[in-house]
Every structure is written in C-alpha cells, then in structure tokens.
Ligand binder design. Structure first.
Ligand code: ARG
Length: 575
C-alpha cells in the first residue's frame, strides 16, 4: 500500500478509537522540513474544534491509540496540535526493497479517450498548439502506464470555411504547372497568398465560397484538391510530433471531416428531442444552466440558417462517437482555457441528449497561454505567430552550443543526439512544470539552465548516476542488494523514492503534470544531497553499505528515467 494511504488508514482508525466522528479527516501530509518528521497528521485541530476540546490533548489521545508498530518510531506534538511522524528506517528500507510499481487491477482499468493537439490544418502548427500536444501526450503515457486503455484522438480541423479558399488557390497554382508539394512547401506563405487573393478578387472569393459547399457535399474535383492539401499539412504535423517525441501517429487522427455524415443526424436528433430549437432559421440549443447574470440562457448554434454546421455540431458528433463506438469511460479534452464555455455547452448538451451518460466522466483540462518576455502572447520579433517547427530547430541549436561548452570531448554524433534530447526536453519541461492553468513566460535561458527545476538538470542528474555505475563496473539492472538506511540523507532519498506511485496517481486523477515535475526535481535534489554526504565508491566504505548505496543509486536512476519518460522526455548515458 502507498505510504500516505497506509498512514491515513491507521490514523483514521486511531481517531475512531479516540471517539472522534468518522467524517473528521486525519489530514496526512508530507512534512515540509526533516525536523518536523517525515509526515504530519494535522487532523487533531479540526476534530478538537468540532468536539470543543483541547487539540493538543486530543492529539495525545490519537497517538495513544494509533497502531504504527514497526512503521513509525517516534511521534511529537507540535504547535497547536500537529502530530509529527518519524518513520522507522527499517520500515523504509523494507518497503523500498519490496516496492513494485503495480499496474491497476482489471476491474479498475478504464477506457480513456484523450483529445489532444487537434490543430487546424489550414495553417502550419504554431506555438499555440504546443501545450495541448505535450500535456495530452504526458497524460496518455501516464494513464497507459497505469494500465488503462488509452485512445488518443487528434481532432484535427480540416473542414472549416477556409478550405474553400485554400483549394481554389491550390487549383490556380497547380494549373500553373506547380506540383502540390512545392506549392505547399510553406503553408504559412500559401495561406497568406490565398487570403490576399480572396480579399482582392471578388470572383476568386465567390469561387472559394462555392468550393466549400461543393467540398462538403462530396464534389470529386474539390475533394481531390482538398486531399492534396490535407496530406501535405498532415505530413508536416506528423513530422513535428516525431521531433517532439510525442506519441501521436497517423492512426490517432480523427479529423472534423470524418463526422460529416453524422452532423445532420445529430442535429435532427437534437431537434426531435426538443433540445435544439429553431431561432431565425438557425438551430440553436439554449442552456439555462449557463445563463448570464440577467437570466438569459446561453445559446449554442448547431446549424446555421444557411444549413451549414459548426464546430459545436462536430464536437457533439465526436462525443457521441467516443461514448458509443470507442466505449469511453472517461474523456479528457486538452484545450485552451478560452474554449471553456464551448466545452461546457457541449458537455451539458451531450448529457441531455443521452450521448454521454453520467457514468462517463467528461473533463475539459484547460491551460493558460505561452507568453513572451514582454508578458504578451509569444510572437516573433515582427509580431507574427511563431512556427513550432522553427522553435524546435532553435531549441536544438541552443542546446548544442551548451553541450559543446560543457563537454567538448564527446564525439560529434553524440553531441548532436544529446542536443536533440536536451533542447526538446527543455522546451517540454518548461511547459509541463508550470501549473497547467497558469500562463507562463517562455524564457530560453531559464529552460536551458543546468540548475533549478529544468529538464537539463534532471537529465544531468541521471547521467551522474549512470557514470557511477560505469565507474563501478556494475550493471544496475541486476542489483538485488539489501538496502540499509543509516544516514538522514539516505532516509530522505528512500522516502522520495517510495512516493513515486502516489504522485502518479495524483496526476492520473487531476491531470496536472507539474506535480510529477516537482516530484522529479525533489527526487534529483534528494539524490544529489545523498551523493554529497554518503560516499559510494570510496575504499573506506564497507561492502554492504556500498552495495546498498549503489542500489539506492539504481532506484533513483530508474525512477528519474521512468518519470521523465512519462513526461515524454528522453535521458542519455552522458552529457
Ligand atoms: N482545432 C481546434 C483549435 O485549434 C481545437 C480542437 C480541440 N478539440 C475539440 N474536440 N474541440 O482551436
């Protein structure tokens, strides 16, 4: 059982035995400082308030009743009634020796659909798509690691009105003899060309509008042009996913266009159920649940008066598909906070229409914006959107410079490979380590620093451990030495190592990857402190102590590598 859960259980029993009402929580928490013990039970204060007694006396009564024989060696009552818990070293070493990262029982495994990345294909992927792509990737990896069935859904935008304009432009450029690959070499430039054309030439604009309708009703010529465009854009995205070390593949793409045939069915169904109503020729769902302060229900248009469908109609069709066909028990949406209202509307409507029963958890995990150093959304010098591809190239270049400065004796090919992992890792970690819902400032120097809560620091900690094993000539994987804890630094490291599963469970539940980042940073720091105070390979160290410390090193390396892998960040043997 996980440490915190075990302590909570034992303290809850003690509180009951002390006559405390069962709804008072023991409130177990990690201690902030070693002098306050390893954990604290803070429930005595709340319970005493309820029972109108003295909290310190009640804390003493709880300690009297608690059974932690062989688990805790000392308790102290601090301040108004905190209980400091000092765990037994032998208990920690035994738990660590027996620790297995168990995956879930079959009964607890769920089918989790994860909607992430989902860029619009009309333009090149830009920095605005980074967050959804990597946060969703982290949760996909983590839930899969726990044993859930994860189905990624890349809800790419390939069906909006812009595509009429884009294929009309493509038609012209192909007519001039240009092959599609070349015409679409730079999607950003291509988009701007067609937009210019659209704004300046009414005949072109008419054609563009005509082509949207034709495209959506299945006209072969328009479909062919569209397909050519989409293929180039998708290939560009897949290339970025690969560079980013993100697990999204072609088979995860379930674009908006794939719901085309469902849209009419869904809207008709909503009308028949009386959920959508006619409003000036459009079909609209009015939601009193989301009424404004004057009591006006929140409107969500599902079909325009001209007959066209919208983003909302597609999302309802997607929700229906995810529950009915993919058999999802839990659906996670990683989308920008600005779409919060849209998601609420979709969820409420989906529930009403019976597309998602209450047994299916619908979760929009919103996130903030990536900002530039000026505190405004991240832009290029000239104020344009930053292409993700360019950002990644720069990250790797900057990392390469650093790696060369740090270790210039490495072979050229190794430097390149390390720079790739460090550069990409730094960009991802800088994003994942910030509380998801906050905005954050994009800062090259901070993210590429070898000190502090950064990817390079963690990757470096990992290489330090690996070099110990190279020096010792021992294969870490095969070590089965008993762990002997005597020093405080060993105890702190052991405690950290034992908390890994707890952290994973928390992230699996609330989808905040920064909790995992903070944990890995604390683990790496605990390792560094341990390594400074507890010699490992020195001749003066007794053999069993040496093997025990090597085992702690091995577990630290494994845990760091596993945690970083769940974040989608790679490690290396040296840097
Ligand atoms: N394509 C949308 C955008 O770029 C994001 C789609 C998110 N997923 C969804 N099911 N709505 O804003």
């Amino acid at each position: 059982m996980q440490l915190k859960a075990l302590l909570t259980q034992r303290f809850a029993a003690a509180m009951t035995a002390a006559g405390i009402p069962s709804d008072c929580s023991p409130m177990l928490a990690l201690s902030g400082k070693p002098q306050f013990g390893d954990y604290q039970a803070n429930g005595a204060m709340g319970a005493a308030k309820r029972m109108k007694t003295n909290p310190r006396d009640l804390a003493a009564e709880i300690i009297n009743k608690v059974n932690l024989e062989g688990i805790a060696e000392k308790f102290e009552i601090a301040g108004p009634g905190f209980i400091n818990i000092h765990l037994c070293k032998s208990f920690l070493s035994n738990s660590l020796s027996e620790q297995t990262h168990k995956i879930l029982d079959v009964a607890d495994q769920k089918t989790v659909v994860i909607d992430h990345s989902s860029p619009n294909l009309a333009k090149e992927m830009h920095v605005g798509h980074l967050r959804s792509t990597i946060i969703g990737d982290c949760l996909s990896r983590l839930l899969e690691y726990k044993g859930h069935t994860v189905i990624r859904q890349n809800h790419m935008g390939d069906w909006g009105t812009q595509f009429g304009m884009l294929i009309a432009e493509l038609e012209i450029q192909l007519g001039d003899g240009e092959p599609a690959g070349l015409a679409l070499n730079d999607l950003e430039v291509f988009y701007q060309q067609s937009k210019k054309h659209f704004d300046a030439d009414p005949a072109f604009a008419d054609k563009a509008r005509d082509y949207v309708v034709k495209l959506q009703s299945g006209d072969a010529h328009c479909r062919k042009l569209w397909k050519q465009f989409i293929d180039v854009s998708v290939a560009h995205n897949l290339d970025i996913y690969q560079k980013l070390n993100v697990g999204l593949l072609k088979q995860h793409i379930k674009p908006e266009s794939s719901y085309n045939d469902d849209l009419e069915i869904v809207v008709n169904d909503l009308c028949e159920q009386g959920i959508a109503v006619d409003s000036d020729g459009a079909k609209v769902v009015f939601l009193p649940e989301l009424a404004d302060k004057n009591g006006n229900p929140s409107p969500m248009i599902v079909q325009k008066s001209g007959g066209g469908f919208l983003y909302a109609s597609t999302d309802l069709a997607a929700l229906r598909y995810r529950v009915a066909d993919l058999k999802a028990n839990r659906i996670l949406y990683f989308i920008d906070a600005r779409q919060s209202l849209h998601m609420k509307q979709v969820f409420i409507t989906g529930r009403k229409a019976g597309y998602a029963p209450h047994s299916v958890s619908l979760e929009h995990h919103a996130f903030g914006t990536m900002m530039g150093s000026d505190g405004r959304p991240f832009k290029t010098r000239s104020g344009g959107t930053v292409k993700l591809a360019d950002l990644l190239v720069e990250a790797v270049q900057r990392a390469e410079k650093l790696v060369r400065e740090k270790n210039s004796t490495l072979p050229e090919a190794d430097i390149k490979a390390i720079a790739q992992k460090v550069g990409i890792g730094a960009v991802k970690y800088a994003d994942l380590s910030i509380t998801r819902t906050n905005d954050y400032i994009f800062d090259w120097n901070a993210m590429l620093s070898f000190e502090g809560n950064t990817a390079p620091y963690l990757q470096y900690a990992y290489t330090r451990i690996r070099s110990i094993f190279r020096k010792a000539g021992i294969v870490a994987k095969t070590m089965s030495s008993p762990i002997i804890i005597t020093e405080q630094q060993e105890k702190n490291l052991a405690l950290k190592l034992l908390q890994f599963d707890e952290v994973i469970d928390q992230v699996a539940a609330d989808c905040y990857p920064h909790t995992l980042c903070s944990y890995l940073y604390e683990l790496a720091s605990a390792f560094m402190t341990f390594y400074e105070h507890c010699p490992v390979l020195k001749d003066s160290v007794a053999k069993d102590t040496q093997l025990s410390r090597l085992k702690l090193c091995a577990l630290s390396a494994d845990t760091l590598a596993c945690g970083l892998d769940l974040l989608g960040i790679e490690v290396m043997e040296q840097m």
